[in-house]
Design a protein around this ligand. Structure first.
Ligand code: SF4
Ligand code: SF4
Length: 95
């Protein structure tokens, strides 16, 4: 588990990471090759690519989606994530 923080919030409380649409993914592995943070892992079986380390994803990065021809990667809404971070910070400041 990562011990890092983002904007003073523990990274594992922030739900920012890619989601793979398996209806679109062709398992070209361009995204996994591109990302230097080991977010993706190759596996055996039907789902040959998984988001194995979501908390390794850099918050607000979407760079790997540009490598995906079939547009199979999606991310949370940025403004909603900013609101989530603010809410966590407010909760932690009143404790
Ligand atoms: S968004 Fe950035 S950090 Fe996250 S998996 Fe893609 S390339 Fe890696
Ligand atoms: S780049 Fe897109 S199509 Fe290729 S493995 Fe990644 S998610 Fe699947």
């Amino acid at each position: 588990m990562s011990e890092t923080t983002f904007m003073s919030v523990p990274r594992d409380k922030i739900s920012w990471h890619p989601t793979i649409d398996y209806e679109k993914c062709n398992f070209c592995m361009e995204c996994a090759t591109f990302c230097p943070h080991r977010v993706f892992e190759q596996r055996e079986g039907d789902r040959r690519l998984v988001v194995a380390n979501p908390n390794n994803c850099v918050v607000f990065c979407r760079a790997c989606s540009k490598t995906c021809g079939p547009d199979a990667l999606s991310f949370p809404d940025k403004q909603a994530t900013i609101a989530q971070i603010r809410q966590i910070r407010e909760q932690e400041s009143v404790q």
